[in-house]
Design a protein around this ligand. Sequence first.
Ligand SMILES: [Zn+2]
Length: 62
Amino acid sequence: MSCTRCGGTAVIEEFLDDKGSSLGFEGLRCLNCGHIEDSVIHSNRGGGGSFPRPSRHEHLLG
Ligand SMILES: [Zn+2]
């Protein structure tokens, strides 16, 4: 694994929330610059822009 920011060595770490409960996520932490990348963000990129709009029908009363 390499850091997307600096290209350094990144390791997979498990991050816990503030309470230290079981709600955690896995992410990459760069040993070089300290950049943290969420694996969810990493795999869910490229959205937006071409979101399909639902067609709207107008009703004429009367
Ligand atoms: Zn880095």
